[in-house]
Design a protein around this ligand. Structure first.
Ligand SMILES: [Zn+2]
Length: 470
């Protein structure tokens, strides 16, 4: 299994990875907090230095727009026909509040057996650093002094703030980012002994719906029961959002949904059923969702509507007998392939207008234009070479496809470069990313490095045309 020396190289250089992690994780580059933006820049500068040390001849900080500093690194293969791989990740981190729930200082990396605890250990600094180690292993094992593929890294600095300027960054630098395949490294696997790869992330649209009734709060004895109540209206609208089967009632909501195929459902069903663990992590007392789908399918492959916040009328101490003037609900809709955010926005607007009582004025405020879902088709050459590389790092275990319920910048990236995209990430479900006590499993990082080393050789062997083919 290790006759090619990749694994032994990685085993011999674990200390380098740990030393790098220890330095980088000390920089609190929290993109959401303006007083940490100097640290976001320091974090970018740290990675510039690390990429140069790794051998990248071209490393730049991209700060030529409204975005926080991003890093771009490029290492051309000496082989002129080599395919180009674009690796995406991010160097900014989530805030650490509430600090009192951390058992260790979030910016003082602490090794505890196979675990390393710190903010950003799993999301996403640890994962980016396994790339650098994997690249060294690839060079050492192949005896090359340039990688077998032309490598480009684009490392964003505000992913944890929702990538507000990423499309603009991609637009500005489109020429530099040309590639044959994208490898996204910002995700996880099912379990340490169940290797997997993400094959989809959901899209998102979100809005605040406000109902305005009487122009002032009214006495409920004098006026109640004789004028429409906006809070009742919002409650009825929310109640109408799902039917008894948990299906979303927005007109046309499921029209464009790309349904799971039977082979896909069979693969999903192979993923160990861990509803009990899911409930534990969710600290919920029951599962609930669209009838006829497993938890994994509900999260990964089905669109949803969720009430994120609800309010209106008197919220203070005691009681106030009024018909309130205003009420609101904050809604978000997770989308799947091939739903079009613009079409969903139209459908929700119709749904709201259909559920606005006479005498109530409705107002809808959208959070931007929405994000499309990103889907990785199974069985493409780029996908098969990825799963082969991951499988080899896990001693031949089958690599299962999963889907992530969340939304990220991947769809924008895919649209900007127009080539296949795959996910190579080794986070684990209990890494507590975005939460107190974030940690990463060091053996998973070593496996990620090994998969990377094998993947660059695999992609080089495939060639440009095969990589680009669907
Ligand atoms: Zn991340």
């Amino acid at each position: 299994m290790t006759t090619d020396g990749i694994r032994s190289f990685i085993d011999d250089h674990r200390g380098d990875l740990l030393a790098d992690l220890d330095q980088w994780l000390r920089i609190p580059g929290i993109s959401a907090q303006p007083d940490r933006h100097d640290d976001v820049r320091r974090s970018a500068e740290w990675f510039v230095d690390a990429a140069r040390r790794a051998g990248f001849p071209t490393v730049e900080i991209w700060d030529d727009g409204p975005w926080l500093p991003a890093v771009y690194a490029e290492w051309p293969s000496a082989d002129p026909d080599a395919p180009t791989v674009l690796v995406y990740g991010h160097h900014d981190v989530q805030p650490v509040d509430p600090l009192e729930l951390w058992h260790t200082d979030p910016f003082d990396p602490t090794v505890d057996g196979d675990l390393l605890r710190a903010r950003g250990a799993s999301d996403d600094k640890g994962q980016l650093l396994f790339h650098l180690l994997g690249l060294q292993a690839h060079l050492a094992a192949t005896g090359r002094d340039t990688p077998a593929v032309t490598l480009k890294y684009v490392i964003e600095g505000e992913e944890e703030s929702g990538s507000p300027h990423f499309e603009e960054l991609l637009e500005r630098h489109r020429d530099r980012l040309a590639c044959d395949v994208v490898v996204v490294t910002d995700t996880g696997m099912i379990a340490a002994d169940v290797p997997s790869t993400v094959t989809g992330m959901r899209g998102l649209v979100a809005a605040t719906v406000a109902f305005h009734g009487p122009d002032l709060d009214l006495h409920s004895g004098v006026f109640g029961g004789a004028v429409p109540n906006p809070a009742t209206g919002i409650a009825r609208l929310v109640a109408a959002l799902h039917d008894e089967q948990g299906r979303v009632q927005v007109p046309g909501f499921y029209d464009d949904v790309l349904e799971l195929t039977e082979p896909e459902r069979e693969l999903f069903a192979k993923v160990p059923d861990d509803d009990a663990e899911f409930l534990k992590v969710a600290q919920s007392r029951a599962l609930h969702g669209e009838a006829g789908f497993s938890t994994l399918e509900r999260i990964g492959a089905r669109p949803t509507a969720e009430v994120n916040g609800l309010g209106g009328g008197y919220q203070g101490a005691g009681h106030k007998t009024i018909v309130p003037s205003d009420a609101f609900v904050k809604l978000s809709f997770r989308l799947v392939a091939d739903q079009d955010p613009a079409a969903i926005i139209k459908g929700v607007e119709r749904f709201v207008s259909d559920h606005t009582p006479a005498g109530i004025v409705a107002q809808i405020e959208w959070e931007g234009a929405g994000v499309r879902a990103c889907l990785v088709p199974l069985g493409t050459p780029a996908y098969d070479a990825l799963t082969a590389a991951i499988s080899a790092a896990f001693d031949g275990a089958e690599v299962l496809p999963t889907r992530e319920g969340g939304s990220g910048p991947e769809a924008a990236l895919q649209a900007a470069v127009g080539v296949p995209l795959v996910f190579l990430g080794v986070g684990l479900p209990d890494d507590q990313i975005h939460a107190p006590n974030e940690k990463v499993s060091l053996p998973m990082l070593y496996k990620g490095a090994e998969a990377t080393a094998r993947l660059w050789a695999g992609y080089a062997a495939l060639g440009r045309e095969a990589l680009r083919s669907a």
